[in-house]
Design a protein around this ligand. Structure first.
Ligand code: PHE
Length: 479
């Protein structure tokens, strides 16, 4: 087959793909979401399932996504259309691309609102608002911010404009510097926070929470029924852990696929995917190790929800010498991490508009950005005027619903389909050719994972979450 080229250009060198994809992967998911969902889901056991999902579901699917993207060299929608034709698979595969575009819209719409919180914290820390503050003080500062829709709107708007500007210029320009300098800086500051956490007195308790798994506590829900305790298996936290593996690695919606389509032919997909997954996981674990000791040392609730890092880290910055400078730098870097993820969420849609509607990148970015901005209003109101029960569905606000639907359903579904396409619809020749690694051991391991283990794991976790496994167990149908 003659090699395709992308009309959007290519990364300037091999390392750029790894940097850009790491920029997409490392974001609010690692620093904001991982700690708070770990706190809500009881700690250690949840972390074990999450790590297992990164290894057996995340890495193989990341390799598949990059491989598909590089072979198709277009937006995920057109890549799926072209490859489905090449491989004589059904035309319906194009829907996978569309699902990804939709997931990207949904995710960015609330992601941008949270990035807005981080933006506002840059200025709050710089102004010294947290100097010597108590845990109660930090809490009320946070509550005051999220209950003010106008302020949230202003920050959300600013973040969306920032994303639109970069995407309009093309992700290659400007991105390179941002990732190369700011990502290592973020890492260093996280280590500094870790050092602070080490000295809080609750470090052991924090580590214990994070790394000592108690499966009975996390995966069983117990109720006292007429004086007798009855426990049943609960697959919910497992689905959240798997969903987060997809979310944090930017998988299942085409972000990594579209970045893969700009990847030069010579780079190794296996090495890149492994590096990205290792870096991403390291950032999340360090963030957790920095945050939980602060939570316990200050008598806070690990299950505080989406506000967790905004209610804990300022305490640390308020107490350490020079804290308002470190704090300002930290939140600035967090905004950058969110920014490099945000742009990857809309790149699939923008690339498609450029290809099919012959729009300029500028116009495409404006259209996409404005639609996402509008949808974001729902998440803004979820924290204030729509937070009441009258505005909830299944006990969830608009923000909770979007988050649940995308991370726990759309991304794993997308990932499952990607695995099936790469493992079953594409011929062995095509994937061998694109991986460029002949019939090596690595290829064989990937092939077994992507054809059997990965899809089965995803399906089991889904069935678990809707109670099928529990039902089979109760009927003694499993063993
Ligand atoms: N991986 C990003 C994070 O952890 C979020 C993201 C999800 C980005 C899906 C792109 C696609 O913050």
């Amino acid at each position: 087959m003659t090699e395709r080229t992308s009309i959007h250009g290519q990364w300037s060198n091999r390392l750029m793909f790894v940097l850009a994809a790491t920029g997409s992967a490392v974001g609010l998911g690692n620093i904001w979401k991982f700690p708070y969902i770990t706190g809500e889901n009881g700690g250690g056991a949840f972390v074990v399932v999450y790590l297992a999902c990164i290894a057996i579901v995340g890495v193989p699917i990341m390799m598949a996504e990059v491989m598909i993207g590089r072979r198709g060299r277009q937006s995920p929608i057109n890549t799926m259309r072209t490859l489905a034709r090449d491989e004589k698979a059904g035309r319906a595969w194009v829907l996978l691309g569309w699902g990804g575009v939709l997931a990207g819209f949904f995710i960015l719409s609330y992601y941008s609102v949270i990035a807005g919180w981080a933006l506002s914290y840059v200025f709050r820390t710089a102004a010294g608002m947290f100097n010597g503050v108590t845990a109660d003080g930090v809490q009320s500062i946070f509550t005051e911010l999220v209950s003010d829709p106008e302020r949230l709107l202003a920050w959300h708007t600013l973040f969306m404009v920032m994303c639109m500007v970069v995407v309009a210029r093309g992700v290659r320009h400007g991105l390179e510097k941002a990732v190369r300098i700011l990502m290592p800086a973020l890492f260093v500051l996280l280590l500094l926070l870790l050092g602070y956490a080490y000295n809080t007195g609750a470090f052991d308790q924090g580590l214990d929470f994070l790394f000592t798994p108690d499966f009975s506590k996390v995966f069983y829900k117990c109720k006292i029924l007429s004086g007798v305790e009855s426990c049943r298996f609960d697959g919910g936290p497992m689905l959240v852990a798997m969903g987060h593996a997809f979310f944090t690695l930017s998988l299942g919606m085409g972000a990594i696929m579209v970045y893969g389509s700009y990847m030069p032919k010579g780079s190794s997909i296996t090495v890149s995917a492994t590096m990205i997954a290792v870096l991403d996981t390291a950032v999340a674990l360090i963030a957790g190790m920095a945050i939980f000791p602060i939570v316990f040392a200050n008598g806070l609730e690990p299950a505080a929800g989406p506000g967790l890092i905004f209610q804990t880290l300022p305490i640390a910055f308020g107490a350490m010498p020079g804290g308002h400078i470190f704090g300002t730098i930290f939140f600035t870097l967090l905004v950058f991490a969110a920014w490099t993820s945000g742009i990857s969420l809309i790149e699939p849609a923008v690339a498609w508009l450029v290809e099919n509607k012959s729009m300029t990148r500028v116009r495409a970015s404006i259209w996409v950005g404005m639609s996402v901005w509008l949808l974001g209003l729902g998440s803004i109101f979820s924290f204030n005027i729509w937070s009441g029960e009258g505005y909830q569905l299944f006990g969830k606000t608009f923000f909770d619903l979007l988050d649940y639907l995308t991370a726990n359903i759309m991304l794993p579904m997308g990932g499952l389909l990607i695995a099936i396409f790469a493992g079953w619809s594409m011929t062995r020749e095509s994937s061998v050719d694109e991986f460029n690694m002949s019939f090596s051991l690595f290829y064989l391991i990937w092939r077994v994972l992507i054809r059997y283990i990965t899809p089965v794991a995803v399906v089991i976790v889904f069935l678990n979450a809707i109670g099928v496994v529990d039902w089979l167990l109760s009927k003694n149908l499993l063993w």
